[in-house]
Design a protein around this ligand. Sequence first.
Ligand SMILES: [Zn+2]
Length: 250
Amino acid sequence: MIFIYSYLLVLGLVLGSFYNVVGLRVPEGQSIVRPRSHCPTCKRTLTALDLVPVLSFVFLKGACRGCGSKISPFYPIMELATGLLFMLAFYQFGLTGELLVALTLISLLVIIFVSDMKYMIIPDKVLLFFLPLFFLERLFIPLNPWWDPLVGAFFGFGLLLLIAVISKGGMGGGDIKLFFVIGLALGFSQTLLTFLMATFLGAVFGVGGMMLGKHKRKELIPFGPFIAVGALLSYFYGEDIIGWYFSMFM
Ligand SMILES: [Zn+2]
C-alpha cells in the first residue's frame, strides 16, 4: 500500500512537471521536448538539479541559480497537486480500471488549468489527444448504463453551446469542447454537477476578486480552472455532494 502511494506521488510529481511544460508550450505552438527548459530572465538552460519537481523549488528557495530571479510558485504547486490527486485517485478506486480513468482525467485537467491560467486558451491539440483516450477507456471501463458517457458528452457540449449563444460569446469555444471531453469521462449527472460547481466557483471568485479590486467587471477571467476544479470535485465527491445537498434542502 505505502509503496503504491509513494509510487503514485512520485509519478504525479514527475508528470505534473511535464504537464506544466505541455500547458505552457502547446498554446504557443512550441515543441514539448525541445528546446530544454530555461530561465525566462537569464536564458540559462535548466539542468537536472533545477528540474526535480517541488524539491528544486524548495532548495533553491524559489530563485534561479543563474540570475537569482524569482520562480513562480505556481509550477511546484501544480506538481504537488498532481501528485496528491494521483494518491487520492488510488485512495478512492484502489487498483481498478477506474483508477486509469481517474489518472487520465487529472492529467487533462492539470494541463487545461495551466494553459487557461497562463494564456486563457484551452488548446484543441490537448483535447484531441485526450478524447480518444476517454472513448477507449469508457469502452472497456464502462459507466452504468454504458451509454451514459455519450449522454454526458453531448449534454455538456450542448449546454455550454447554448450558454455561449445566449450570452453572445461569454463562453469560449475551448470551454464548450472541453465539456464534451469531460462529459465522456464523467457521464450525465457528474457533468451537470461539474457545470454547477464551475459556475458557482467562478461566481464566488469573480465577485470576490472584483470586491478586492483584483480585476474589473469587464475583464475576462479564464473559466477553465473553475471547470477543472468543478470536474474533479464532481468526479471524486459527486455522490457525497448531491446527497448532502438533498439532505440540506429537500
Ligand atoms: Zn535566471
